[in-house]
Ligand binder design. Structure first.
Ligand code: SF4
Length: 512
């Protein structure tokens, strides 16, 4: 497990009456998905989130009008006795950011689209510097307003929406994400603006973890100590969304990285809060892992799932002190301590035992217990012992889901779904359920369900197919980054998606 970062202590940033960073508790935040122009609905949803324990509420401000309406939302919340700080979420629109910065306590800007233009050209060193100068010029008015009003800024980098300029030089990589954040952070620093929080998010847990680890290394090297906001974007819903969020956020929290978190689920935002709280709580408890060694395992391809029951889809089941694989090969199970030598062909298996947890606590705790080991390549097999309080089948499914969420073994379709926001024009939760009910058996495919065509195509990153809201009741379908069908009636869109997958030879019928 990576413990290089325990010495990183960020500075404190004041957002309204909430202090983020330093030795303060990890702050929980979420984002509304109502129309920002609908003051009543946004206030009501914010209150549901705050009552559930949300400490900061983010609201999209896609244009100046929406930014101005943040004043009405704020006034109504204060009138009803809620002092929770508000954050404006900005993409593409510096004017909206400048308007919002006078109203709310924090503004999130995305450096990938704040000023940078689309351009596929190769930048010379000179042109690259000139673009940076332009960004600086455009950012200074916002910094000035934020300084005058005590407004904090989050530089929110997304793996899926890096600028062409950054992509051109660094590729779609954790290094590019760090560079993007550093460019903006350096501009802020040159203006003595320190009320800054950084985030580096991705729907890919490994990219998100690598980027944040790298960011901390870079900050330590440069003597910087900005607080970090953690999140896995487009994590989806249900158990998969919970596991993916836990893997990304929890692994970093265990390493002492992260000061505020947002769990993004394709569900009502108030449901994100208890999950966030549990990830924080369980990240503080050590796992009671036991280590075993399997000697001379034949044809190892990917991390294995072990079960005590032979009636599951696990790779190996336990029979007394032996493990038996699907072909009947038997391996003695040996307790392993780090003093023993591991030869190639030997596998390290990690067992964790769980008692009396409800299903949700079990999936969060077990995801946290294994994610670091799997991502860092420490173990080649996982054995979850639930002592009968969860069925063997469900236990084994959770084990496979953890392997999928860490990206070390793919056994089913991966859904990338945004949590929706004020830009969404259809019920994304229903859309995700419809799409996943028809396509969840397509092992190895990544299918994105996104709420809008403004950010959806970029943020679905490396999805194979995209189902993206194009307007009220209308859907666009994508193959990779290319739009293939436009403005399909929502009722016909799932069928059209299936046809598109078939036309591209990626469809298989579901086995009964
Ligand atoms: S992709 Fe989803 S969350 Fe992101 S801006 Fe569009 S609707 Fe909002």
């Amino acid at each position: 497990m990576n413990n290089n970062f325990v010495s990183f202590l960020s500075n404190e940033v004041k957002v309204g009456d909430v202090i983020i960073g330093g030795n303060n508790p990890i702050r929980i935040q979420s984002m509304t998905n109502t129309d920002t122009m609908d003051t009543f609905a946004t206030v009501e949803q914010s209150i549901r989130m705050i009552d559930a324990g949300c400490e900061l509420v983010r609201i999209t401000a896609q244009n100046v009008k929406a930014a101005e309406n943040l004043q009405n939302i704020k006034d109504e919340l204060r009138k009803r006795g809620y002092t929770t700080p508000l954050i404006a979420d900005i993409h593409f629109n510096p004017k909206a950011a400048e308007t919002a910065a006078r109203i709310v306590e924090k503004v999130r800007i995305n450096p990938g689209n704040y000023v940078d233009k689309k351009s596929n050209k190769n930048y010379t060193e000179n042109e690259y510097r000139q673009e940076l100068e332009k960004i600086k010029e455009r950012l200074l008015p916002l910094l000035k307003i934020c300084k005058e009003n005590g407004t904090a800024i989050r530089i929110g980098v997304n793996h899926g929406s890096l600028s062409d300029r950054i992509l051109n030089r660094y590729g779609n990589t954790p290094e590019g994400m760090v560079e993007s954040a550093m460019e903006f952070a350096n501009i802020c620093k040159s203006f003595d603006f320190e009320n800054l929080i950084l985030s580096l998010k991705s729907s890919n847990t490994r990219a998100m973890i690598d980027a944040n680890r790298l960011m901390v290394e870079r900050m330590i090297a440069e003597g910087l100590n900005y607080p970090l906001h953690l999140g896995v974007t487009e994590a989806g819903g249900g158990e998969d969304g919970r596991i993916k969020s836990t893997v990304g956020i929890g692994t970093l929290l265990k390493e002492g990285i992260g000061n505020t978190i947002r769990v993004s689920l394709t569900e009502a935002p108030e449901y994100e809060i208890p999950i966030a709280r549990k990830i924080i709580e369980f990240s503080k408890t050590a796992s009671q892992a036991e280590f075993f060694l399997i000697k001379n395992y034949k044809d190892y391809k990917h991390p294995l799932v072990i079960s005590e029951s032979r009636n599951t889809k696990a790779d190996l089941f336990i029979n007394n002190d032996r493990l038996i694989d699907k072909s009947g090969n038997q391996y003695p199970l040996q307790k392993f301590d780090n003093k023993q030598i591991k030869n190639s062909g030997d596998l390290i298996i990690i067992k964790n035992s769980y008692q009396n947890l409800n299903k949700e606590d079990f999936i969060i705790k077990s995801s946290l217990d294994y994610s670091g080991f799997l991502l860092d390549g420490v173990c080649q097999g996982i054995w979850l012992d639930t002592n009968g309080f969860i069925s063997d089948e469900d236990t084994v499914q959770t084990a496979f889901d953890i392997l999928q969420a860490t990206g070390v073994r793919i056994s089913k379709t991966e859904f990338i779904a945004c949590p929706s926001c004020g830009r969404t024009l259809f019920n994304i939760q229903e859309a995700l359920e419809k799409v996943s009910s028809k396509t969840k058996h397509l092992k190895g495919l990544k299918i994105a369900v996104m709420g809008c065509i403004v950010n959806g195509p970029g943020e679905m990153a490396d999805a194979d197919y995209g189902y993206i809201g194009a307007g009220k009741g209308k859907v666009n379908l994508y193959k990779k980054q290319e739009v293939i069908r436009k403005n399909i009636e929502e009722e016909k869109a799932v069928e059209a998606l299936i046809n598109l997958i078939k036309e591209n030879g990626d469809w298989v019928d579901e086995l009964n």
